[in-house]
Structures are given as structure tokens and as C-alpha cells.
Design a protein. Sequence first.
Length: 277
Amino acid sequence: MILNTDIIKENLEILKIFLDKYPIFKDIESGDIMESSLYGIGFDSIISFMRFKKDSEKNGMNLIYNRRVSFLEVKRKIVELNENFESTQMFSNKTEKSFIGIWKNYKSIHRYLKIKNISFTPGINKSLPIIYNYLSQNKIDVGFSLDWTHYSKKLNIPELYSREMNMTKSLIDSFLEYAKEDELDIRKSNIKLLTSELKSKLSKLAVIDPGSQLKCISDHSGVTIGKYYTNLKSQINGYGFIEVRIKNNVDIESWIPYSVFEEVSRNRQDILRNLGI
């Protein structure tokens, strides 16, 4: 199998679009928000790719090389990022021909990736960007799939929750700005109690009143854009997003992300507020 960089190029473009749509994730790069805070809410593949990109750049590599990559560069990078003395010596003496040979079948490369082996070479995984570009540029016939890498897995931008994520960022920024302007000394509070009570009170504020009229504003299975539905009850799902229970187009009760809807009464209140009424 001859490798190419088409998917990684596409993933980099997808990441740009994603960060424009979900600016809160830019705060991971700046360090203003913890990466762990955004894990487990449905964006793990994006965060994993962002970390891969960041770590690669930190280790002096590009995800795509627009110049020729030499074998000497590849070997030096593997040795530089390696942590196993025995395999470092082994790779320092490896010829280009023998290096290409280990990519002919999975058993050959697996011996260098298995932790228990004396030949375990963590520098290979860490040097994947430069290795992949070298193999691609030289049209090396790799004898197994690399579908576990970001070079072979296409990213998908979630179709929902941009509204919720942007509101979350706005609330966080507003709270921090309020604390700064009023010179609130957070250090004098009990962080455990503060976060616990905030979670409790925010969960109560997030309830969608039963009987509320919801207008569908996004494509989703079982509902139609522009049509109105009655909320039966609401809940917070495992990802932390609100879901509402409605009767869908075939009169079957189902849980659907609140992101699909706009609450009619809430929308009316926003309009009146903007008009100063």
C-alpha cells in the first residue's frame, strides 16, 4: 500500500473550520481552558488530533512536509525521541534498506512497538509525522494498514452543539470578567463547594419547562425544520448537553438534542428584550 497525505491535509482544513465554529477549543491551544474539561462530551477525536498536531510541532516536526525528507532525518528524529537505550543503539546503526524492510509487514513493525520487547522503540510512534512523509514521498509499499493513525482517519465536525459550546464559552468568559471587575478573590472561597453548587444550580436553570413549544431549526431524524413540537420533559445527557422528549413526526416519544430546537417563548423574550420592552 502506497501512502499519501490526502487525508491529513483534509483533516487540517477540517480543524480550521471546526475552530472557527467552536472557538472555545482555541482556548486549549492558549492554555485558557484545560483539555480534560472538553473530553467526554463528544469531541474526543478532534481533541486527540489537536494534541497530535501540538506534540508533533513541539517535537520539531510538520504534519505535512513540502520538502524532501531524508532517511538520515528520519533516523535522527527516532533516536532523538526514543527512550529505550537498547533500541536507540539498534536504530543508530540501521541502514535505509533495513528500515524500509520493517514496514513490509505488521509483525516486523510490531516488535518495535510492543512495550515488553527489548527492541521496543517509542521513538517510532513519536516520530510518525516524519516517518509517514518519508514513506509517502518515496512511495514505499507498506504491507499493512495505518488506519489507527491521524493520517488515515478522517475527522468529522459534529453537526450539533455549536450554539451550546459558544454559550458555554460566553458564560465562562463573563464569569471570569465579573470576578475580575469586582475584584473577587476566588482564593478565599471553597472551590469544591463553589463548583458543586454551580453545577447544581445550573442544572436547575437548564430545565426546559414541560409544555413548552419548540420550533425545529436543524435537520434531525424524526423531526422537520420549521415544525413545532411540545416538550414533555428534559434531561442532561451523558455528554452534558440538554435533551428534550417530544412526540416525533410519527407520534412516537423520543429524546432529541435541544440543540435541534428553539424554544418559542424564549425566542419571544429575546426579541422583546432587544426591542427594550
